[in-house]
Design a protein around this ligand. Structure first.
Ligand SMILES: [Zn+2]
Length: 508
């Protein structure tokens, strides 16, 4: 046991142990308690955010035999224990990367027909499902169209866009979020306390930062740093073990990009590499730093999960760079990281990124400077509402948007004419209790606001999200007006969310 990797030892055994995905945990537990079990789920999200862990928990919960439905999975009954030991015959895990052929899926389809051997449900977890070939997807689709009652499919993917729409439409979709720095640090601290590892908070932060929101990667990095469990882990030691460069070097490289001084940038890069920095990690640190600057530009410093000192640096640097230039730099360095594995000149992609990012962009930076002054956030009147992505409810607007189809599906059961109305609505704002729906057809407004429709809508929302909320209807033209002014922001924010896992945060 002692030699087992930390992340295996710390894999969550109950839903409550999964961190940073409360919005999903609650919805799934809620559905389990109401015995609303679907035959197909699609878990999408960055690596290491708990997709397969959640899938195993779900497989365990639906097969658990504990009398109290609230306590499933109990980890005590025969079924739970078999799953935990990896010996449960009705849990079949398939890595799509190595089973891409249509024969594999046909084989799977033949086996599905047989009833479960020891549990209530046969659960198939298909990891990295986007790696399936076209014909394998077709075969899978046939199975999903008419699944046997005893079968549950949980598909997991890091590349949502590569999963065909026909597959998605058969699944209940959950989007896993990157876990916040604070949550990762808390988990690492708990592990260290429990394992008797002595570590500096700064070292912990460095590890969590390098794990970039992946709990699994962060715990593996911790494992890597803890070569000798009796040794105290200082910041310097962690930095040395991880091949990380000092944040000073990263800031200097970024400053050179801001000043469009490629020569300086290359100088700092080579200095860092010469002193033993790993080019991939250096590249990741630069992207992380630029991304934080982008978040500061869009939403102010208070959204940044960092020390005051670091926030000041970010605010200062964010104020000196135009948005286009910043966006271009992020894209360029992000691409460079992916290029790093190839080639005999490991730092070449980073050198190119520095030179490319230092080319002048034509743009005016005045409004950006105005908006990104560190003091700006404090000046905002308190009376104006702020729509934070993740509020007390643990649900974000994005979660509601992703599951909007499911809301419409559930609404059909409440009132048969309601789905037709909801097809004209888009969720546009959510503050934890009030959901704003943007309606694309003025004529339908009185109908939708009629309690005969509104009540079943509220009930459907509660059924899907396990959370009571109110709804306000707005006409789409109103939101379209403000949207135009914010086109740049949206561009930036969408890129930030899709490429870099930033959390959306709208400010009115
Ligand atoms: Zn059990």
């Amino acid at each position: 046991m002692a030699n087992q990797a930390l992340y295996l030892r710390w894999r969550p055994q109950i839903f409550e142990d999964v961190i940073g995905q409360d919005h999903i945990t609650r919805t799934i537990r809620n559905a389990l308690q109401q015995e609303r079990i679907r035959h197909a789920y699609l878990f999408s999200g960055p690596r290491g955010t708990g997709k397969t862990t959640m899938a195993r928990l779900l497989a365990k919960a639906v097969n658990c035999t504990h009398d109290d439905i609230q306590r499933r999975p109990c980890n005590e009954c025969h079924q739970c224990q078999m799953v935990n030991q990896g010996r449960f015959l009705d849990l079949i895990e398939i890595d799509a990367a190595s089973h891409t052929s249509v024969d594999d899926v046909r084989d799977l389809r033949d086996k599905i027909a047989f009833s479960p051997s020891e549990g209530r449900y046969k659960v198939y977890i298909i990891d990295e499902v986007h790696r399936f070939s076209g014909s394998a997807f077709d075969a899978l689709l046939k199975t999903l169209e008419e699944p046997p009652d005893h079968a549950i499919f949980i598909l997991a993917t890091t590349e949502f866009d590569k999963v065909p729409a026909t597959i998605k439409s058969r699944c209940l979709i959950f989007e896993f979020r990157r876990v916040s720095l604070r949550q990762v640090m808390d988990r690492l601290q708990r592990i260290c306390d429990d394992e008797g590892i002595s570590i500096d908070p700064a070292a912990l932060e460095l590890i969590a930062r390098q794990g970039t929101g992946s709990v699994r990667d962060s715990i593996s990095l911790l494992d890597q740093v803890v070569a000798d469990p009796t040794q105290h882990i200082s910041f310097d030691l962690a930095q040395q073990m991880l091949g990380a460069v000092s944040s000073q070097a990263v800031q200097e490289i970024v400053q050179a990009v801001i000043e469009q001084d490629a020569a300086q940038g290359l100088h700092f890069l080579n200095e860092a590499i010469d002193s033993g920095a790993d080019s991939r990690q250096l590249g990741q640190q630069v992207v992380d730093h630029l991304r934080q600057m982008m978040l500061v530009q869009v939403s102010g410093t208070e959204v940044i999960d960092a020390s005051d000192e670091y926030r000041q640096v970010l605010a200062l640097q964010a104020a000196q760079i135009g948005r286009r230039t910043l966006l271009k730099a992020i894209r360029t360095f992000n691409l460079a990281i992916n290029d790093l594995s190839s080639g005999w000149q490991p730092q070449l992609p980073l050198e190119l990124a520095i030179v490319e990012s230092s080319q002048p962009e034509q743009e005016s930076i005045e409004p950006v400077i105005e908006k990104s002054r560190p003091s700006a956030p404090e000046k905002r009147p308190v009376s104006q509402p702020t729509f934070a992505a993740v509020n007390d409810s643990g649900l974000s607007l994005r979660d509601i948007q992703v599951q909007w189809k499911e809301v419409i599906r559930v609404a059909r059961g409440q009132r048969s004419t309601l789905p037709a109305l909801l097809e004209w609505c888009d969720p546009t704002k959510f503050d934890g209790s009030l959901l704003v729906l943007s309606l694309r057809n003025e004529v339908l407004r009185p109908k939708l606001e009629d309690p005969k429709n509104l009540q079943p809508l509220l009930a459907s929302l509660e059924a899907v999200f396990g959370h009571k909320m109110n709804v306000r209807i707005e006409l789409a033209s109103h939101s379209a007006h403000t949207k135009k002014n914010q086109e740049m922001d949206d561009d930036l924010a969408i890129f930030g969310m899709s490429e870099l896992g930033a959390e959306p945060r709208e400010i009115e």
